[in-house]
Design a protein around this ligand. Structure first.
Ligand code: NAP
Length: 386
């Protein structure tokens, strides 16, 4: 099981404009109750999962049932699953039982007419070719879609968001609604390997990001259940993951870019990536070499990484970044569960010929996929988009 993190110290809290405020005091809540005579309503937002039977879909169900803000009201998959009870359609492989209320839900077709109209938010974990075909239809039909799939991540009017890094990019949704005329909206989380190293760059950005080299050691779950066969990966490493390098190189610059209220300017940092598949189940480990404009010592880097704040959102861990003194950590099996699978961990920080060198790790199907979408859903809710 993953470690549970409920402690939220030193958090940033965002308003719709993305500015920082203090967390409301308990007294504010009591005044609200006294003025109205009733406690404020606490209705959960009804949500659906597109691609609910897959590896990421199952993680989404684990994270959403239960969830304080969201209630699962619709599940969809391919035509071969539609019409079946979820427990029959899904080959459940997650490390906790299928929630009883989800097990008996009927899987629907992945089309807007098959999703109840009182569902506000859809988490999408569809293959990207299917996402590209159907996500715009859902947005046009008025649904807000928080998607894992790689389609449209680099579109100019689609926010690509890691809430702790670039929550202000969410307001790109206003540009999106103007340009596309959708009643709904589309927000993306980045690729699982991008999510692992970009928070560390954000934490070190004050030193001036100039050039990054990153080599990944990626777990097999990142390829989905049918992605890599045991005969291919046991006793092996595969030094190629289709289109992965390009995703790390482009998505990182978009995430670290600047949004001026109308358009997004990508960061100028140069990023070079090399991606490898290794026989771990979950948790992407990455080796990073970072060149900065100002020199940074390993101690100063460790301090900046540890101090980088999380958010006051249910799924944002505290601390966001764990720093290990032990140079043999982080390790996938030991450290992927930190912060309920939502933390990034860093170790082996040292000065090298090519600038600062360190290793980082995140759980690829939680922080890198399902948890990232859920956190984006929490951000949408917090900022009034639901
Ligand atoms: N795994 C990761 O760590 C990870 C990380 C980041 C992003 N992602 C992205 O998340 C997405 C899902 O990945 P995954 O690993 O969960 O894949 P997966 O295990 O293969 O699951 C795919 C899901 O999509 C459904 N689906 C397939 N074809 C469909 C169609 N024609 N119409 C409607 N639904 C269809 C499947 O339903 P059936 O069961 O009915 O076939 C299943 O629910 C991908 O875009 C992937 O790139 C994955």
């Amino acid at each position: 099981m993953l470690e549970n993190s409920t402690c939220h110290r030193h958090r940033r809290r965002l308003t719709t404009s993305g500015t920082e405020t203090g967390v409301p005091a308990k007294g504010d809540f009591i005044q609200t109750v006294l003025r109205s005579g009733f406690p404020p309503p606490t209705m959960a937002v009804r949500v659906g999962v597109l691609g609910a039977t897959g590896a990421v879909g199952q993680r989404l169900i684990q994270l959403l049932d239960p969830h304080p803000d969201f209630e699962i009201a619709a599940l969809t998959a391919s035509d071969s699953s539609a019409g079946k009870p979820y427990q029959e359609a899904a080959k459940w492989r997650a490390d906790s039982p299928i929630p009883a209320d989800v097990a008996t839900m009927t899987v629907g077709a992945t089309e807007p007419d098959a999703v109840p109209t009182d569902v506000d938010l859809l988490f999408s974990s569809l293959p990207s070719s299917i996402g590209a075909a159907v996500e715009p239809d859902f947005c046009e039909a008025g649904y807000v879609v928080s998607s894992n799939s790689s389609n449209a991540r680099m579109a100019e009017d689609v926010p690509l968001v890691i809430p702790e890094v670039n929550a202000d990019h969410l307001d790109l949704l206003e540009v999106q609604q103007d340009t596309r005329g959708w009643d709904g909206a589309l927000i993306k989380n980045p690729n699982c390997s991008t999510i692992t190293f970009v928070p560390t760059l954000a934490a070190l950005a004050e030193y001036g990001l100039e050039r990054v080299h990153v080599a990944t050691l990626q777990a097999v779950s990142g390829a989905g259940y049918d992605g890599v066969t045991s005969m291919e990966i046991i006793d092996n490493a595969i030094p190629h993951i289709g289109s992965e390098e390009e995703k790390l190189e482009t998505e990182s610059k978009k995430l670290l870019g600047t949004f001026d209220g109308a358009s997004l300017e990508h960061h100028e940092v140069e990023v070079g990536a090399s991606c490898n598949r290794i026989p771990t189940i979950d948790g992407h480990l990455e080796n990073v070499w970072l060149e900065t404009t100002q020199s940074v010592t390993p101690d100063a880097a460790a301090e900046a990484l540890e101090a980088y704040p999380g958010l006051d959102l249910h799924s944002s861990p505290d601390p966001l970044i764990h720093v290990f003194d032990d140079p043999s950590r982080p390790q996938p099996r030991l450290d992927r569960g930190l912060g309920n699978g939502m933390a990034v961990s860093v170790g082996g920080i040292r000065s090298s010929t090519f600038g600062l060198q360190y290793n980082c790790l995140a759980h690829n199907t939680v922080r890198g996929a399902a948890g990232a979408s859920v956190l984006n859903g929490e951000l949408l809710l917090e900022n009034g988009y639901l």
